[in-house]
Design a protein. Structure first.
Length: 152
């Protein structure tokens, strides 16, 4: 029945600012803009596979939401933090412990790093690792994950 998540929508306080962020910083492809309804749609990844809609609303109607972009784990580990820093986007891990080091959710397992868009929506780059899940390990640094998964 359900094969995946096709689209998600966010309310934003300034459509032009948010559209520039998702297009120019995150490099998403615009697929449709409707000026009458104050909405812009972006393809996420390959066209026609997954979509993000941004709707301009008054600031009082914009509530912080969270969603994650699927990325290659190697890119997250080797490039994501520097990519975000180049774009002046503070990043943080799931534990929000002051570190910019990606963390591993051992129950999946997946490596991830968080950041925010201009309206404070919590965004995440996440990549599923090829290792077997080890749920009892919790959330750990990638270095810890390497040691745990090697001994498991």
């Amino acid at each position: 029945m359900i094969k995946g998540l096709y689209e998600t929508h966010l309310y934003v306080s300034n459509l032009e600012r948010s559209a520039a962020f998702y297009k120019n910083v995150l490099q998403l492809e615009v697929c449709h803009k409707d000026e009458k309804r104050n909405v812009i749609f972006f393809w996420i990844g390959a066209p026609r596979k997954s979509m993000l809609g941004l709707w301009q609303k008054p600031k009082s109607e914009v509530q912080s939401r969270h969603f994650a972009f699927e990325c290659e784990p190697a890119w997250i580990l080797n490039n994501a933090v520097s990519f975000l820093q180049r774009h002046h986007l503070p990043c943080y891990n799931f534990l929000n412990d002051g570190s910019e080091e990606p963390m591993v959710f051992a129950w999946m397992p997946a490596v991830s790093i968080y950041f925010n868009d201009p309206d404070g929506h919590v965004l995440e780059f996440i990549g599923i690792l090829k290792d077997d899940p080890i749920p009892e390990a919790g959330v750990v640094s990638y270095k810890e994950w390497i040691n745990i998964s090697a001994g498991h």
